[in-house]
Design a protein around this ligand. Structure first.
Ligand code: AMP
Ligand code: MG
Length: 349
């Protein structure tokens, strides 16, 4: 398949290209598009064959549901059975934005879109290209992240092209994603709201609006008695091709330990990489040392983490050490993704 690639700017949207993208979706095709979180792979959410195509293009297991992207509150009532009060409150504060809510699904939402579940995930993105594209597509775009299953989510179009060119109809290149991590997911179908995936909208930010929220026990731990409630979270995710190990502890001890390990691996002829911070980036001896921003500024790490993981692949790095991040605020989301990328290999000094 020939994949059309069209670039545009959020401040200067190419409406002709958007109309074309919309008509591709309406006729059952697939278009990758930028959002404020990561790039999405869009199809018509109400068309079961479009959803099947999304799974096929990504190589995604069919029990891992998609998120439906909308632009108007009025669209929500068509695809969900009921809207709890908490959803109105959260939407008022955080929509459009990086928050996904889980509802009981309405009849018109095909089971192919929800991975066989009777619940549905819905988000209203704020990126203007995404919004125009969803409007032009008829208002209901199912979109998981636009990567091949298991790979780090793409925050720039280059990596969408790498994973999906030839498999989908069109890719809209809208530059770098502002946030860099996927949306926070909150389940509103139970007696208590439960966070299924941490993201830029933190537990604290949710609490400010709706009071008590629980966090799914499986978010930060590898071995729990529970299966994650977001089916996607049980799959191997975000993994770079090299072996990634997180090292936590006092800063000097961490860099001393990592340098010692790096030197051993270099002697074996392995290509090595480090995920450091601005403060420590100069202290490592590796083939590739990358800073995830200033320590304590986890928004910066969120924005560049997935790109860094992909760059190590580009550079054929075989062993990667990462400093740990604070699990505060958006740092919890950063560590959630980093732990998954590392297959939960953590060394605590
Ligand atoms: P992605 O956009 O690629 O991050 O994938 C969507 C994420 O949303 C996956 O982790 C899914 O498991 C999760 N998700 C989508 N729909 C539901 C649902 N109905 N219930 C729980 N989790 C969901
Ligand atoms: Mg994904």
């Amino acid at each position: 398949m020939d994949t059309k690639i069209i670039g545009m700017d959020e401040e200067n949207i190419d409406m002709q290209a958007i109309e074309l993208a919309g008509s591709i979706i309406k006729s059952g095709g697939l278009v990758a598009f930028p959002t404020e979180t990561v790039y999405g792979l869009g199809g018509d959410a109400l068309n079961s064959s479009s959803s099947k195509k999304i799974y096929a293009a990504k190589g995604r297991p069919s029990d891992n549901p998609l998120i439906i992207h909308i632009v108007e509150m009025s669209a929500l009532s068509k695809i969900v059975r009921k809207i709890p009060k908490a959803a109105y409150q959260l939407a008022e504060r955080y929509w459009p934005g990086p928050l996904t809510m889980i509802f009981e699904k309405a009849e018109c939402v095909p089971l192919e879109t929800t991975g066989g579940l009777d619940t549905v995930a819905v988000r209203m993105p704020s990126n203007q290209i995404a919004r125009e594209f969803i409007r032009a597509s008829g208002g209901y775009v199912a979109a998981p992240s636009a990567n091949r299953s298991g790979r780090p989510s793409p925050t720039i179009a280059k990596y969408v092209i790498e994973d999906l060119a030839g498999r989908i109809d069109m890719i809209i290149d809208g530059g770098q994603a502002d946030i860099g991590l996927e949306s926070t997911i909150i389940d509103l179908t139970g007696s208590e709201p439960v966070i299924l995936r941490p993201g830029y909208i933190t537990e604290e930010m949710l609490r400010q609006v709706i009071g008590d929220v629980e966090a799914d026990q499986t978010i930060m731990e590898e071995h729990t008695s529970q299966a994650p409630k977001a089916p996607g979270m049980k799959y191997k995710h975000y993994a770079p091709r090299g072996n990634l190990i997180i090292v936590e502890g006092e800063a000097e001890a961490v860099s001393a330990y990592i340098n010692e390990r790096l030197s051993a691996f270099r002697k074996e002829g392995k290509r090595t990489g480090v995920i450091a911070t601005d403060e420590t980036v100069a202290s490592y001896l590796a083939d590739s040392v990358k800073s995830a921003g200033e320590r304590g500024q986890e928004e910066q790490a969120a924005k560049c983490l997935f790109r860094i993981l992909r760059e190590f692949d580009d550079e054929k790095i075989e062993v990667i050490y990462a400093e740990g991040f604070r699990q505060k605020g958006v740092g919890q989301a950063v560590m959630n993704r980093l732990l998954k990328a590392a297959g939960h290999q953590v060394i605590r000094l």
